[in-house]
Design a protein around this ligand. Structure first.
Ligand code: GLA
Length: 391
């Protein structure tokens, strides 16, 4: 009986064509900057700024409300937003009117991580409510389901089964609404979620603990993804967590590392700053078209580490046109610059290539045999390397 149930979950989910999240989702999420201060007016202001900053046109489409929007359930069990969100349907219409999509947040537990109402026992009802409001994306965060439900099971296998069933249940509920809703699993990467996230309909799954706005946290999440590259692909992505760019805790070089690494990882790009007050420098980091094109490449490969020595690392990602995005990272925070070198054969490239620095927009011309690059402390040089016709 159990085996049949597992198979039916897997086949119904994997039969889904990746019309949703065929490239890593791009947008914005309220948590990193606003946390419990998110409100209807904050969301409207972010939607406005997404358009006026040019970020929508660079590909950032989802405006995602994270935790703390929830009010109470009515006598029929229908969830209502709290006073910060007077009319969710009207808010969705406003966001849609800007050519954007709206995301929301819940938990399979009775309570969310911030202690608000979760979806436990109301999954189908909540999915219908979200669809009725016009929601296009759900982040489903394990939270109290772990301590209140899973913890009561006797074995690790039973706990795992409960978690998988909870995620599959909400997937089916979303699917049955008939509305395309991107499904984002958030359980912090435990139980090797990359092995089963797609089988419960996940379009993306968090692979890490929560990111913070500092280099060490960002580096731990991003550089920690090397071993799981093969699990990402069109419709289902590893998620090393939302961006911190523009929140003020890192230097420009560190934020450039953050953005470059996420692009090489084919990670979801969910800005986590205040779009309404961001600087031109932050827009330049978030909206560089060539960097975004690496993230959004149609082949859907997740890049991985190809060389490492001490605090120096080189990561590469094969792009649909046969070229490689190559990131040269210096993870040391100390001067001087690091000198990194890689043989083109180690990138499985021909002996002669053309290279372009995508952040500076400068063409490095033809290179033979190897690439040598100087990288500043905590910095990156991100190249697009293309096989040369006249090898
Ligand atoms: C967890 C998640 C975060 C955020 C908060 C909200 O910690 O990992 O991304 O959603 O909950 O409470």
């Amino acid at each position: 009986m159990m085996a049949c149930a597992i198979v039916s979950t897997i086949s119904s989910a994997s039969a889904k064509q990746p019309s949703l999240a065929s490239t890593p989702p791009m947008g914005w999420n309220s948590w990193n900057h606003f946390a419990d201060k998110v409100s209807d007016s904050v969301i409207r202001a972010q939607a406005d700024a997404m358009v006026s900053s040019g970020m929508r046109d660079a590909g950032y489409i989802y405006i995602n409300i994270d935790d703390t929007w929830q009010g109470v359930r009515d006598g029929q069990g229908v969830i209502h937003p709290n006073a910060k969100f007077p009319d969710m349907k009207a808010l969705a219409a406003y966001v849609h009117g800007k050519g954007l999509k709206l995301g929301i947040y819940s938990s399979p537990g009775a309570k969310t991580c911030a202690g608000f109402e979760g979806s436990y026992g109301h999954e189908e009802q909540d999915a219908k409510t979200y669809a009725d409001w016009g929601v296009d994306y759900l982040k489903y965060d394990l939270c109290s389901f772990h301590d209140e439900v899973m913890a009561k099971a006797k074995t690790k296998q039973q706990r795992h089964r409960l978690m998988i069933d909870a995620y599959a249940r909400m997937y089916r509920a979303l699917r049955d609404t008939g509305r395309p809703i991107v499904y984002s699993l958030c359980q912090y990467g435990v139980d090797a979620v990359w092995n089963w996230g797609a089988s419960v309909g996940g379009n993306l799954w968090r692979t890490t603990a929560d990111i913070s706005d500092n280099y060490d946290s960002m580096a731990m999440n991003g550089f920690g993804e090397a071993a799981i590259a093969r699990y990402a692909g069109p419709g289902h992505w590893n998620d090393p967590d939302m961006l911190e760019i523009g929140n003020g805790g890192m230097s420009a070089a560190e934020y450039q590392t953050h953005m470059s690494l996420w692009a090489l990882l084919a990670a979801p790009l969910l800005a986590g700053n205040d779009l309404a007050t961001m600087t031109a420098q932050t827009i330049a980091l978030l909206a560089n078209r060539e960097v975004i094109a690496i993230d959004q490449d149609s082949a859907g490969n997740q890049g991985t580490r190809v060389w490492m020595q001490g605090t120096n690392e080189i990561w590469a990602k094969k792009l649909a046109d046969g070229s490689r995005a190559v990131g040269f990272f210096n993870r040391s925070g100390e001067m001087p610059d690091a000198n990194l070198e890689i043989k083109l054969s180690d990138l499985k490239l021909t002996a002669t290539v053309r290279a372009r620095n995508v952040w500076t927009g400068s063409d490095l011309g033809k290179l033979h045999g190897k690439i040598q690059i100087a990288v500043p402390p905590h910095g990156v040089v991100l190249l697009k390397v293309t096989p040369s016709a006249a090898d």
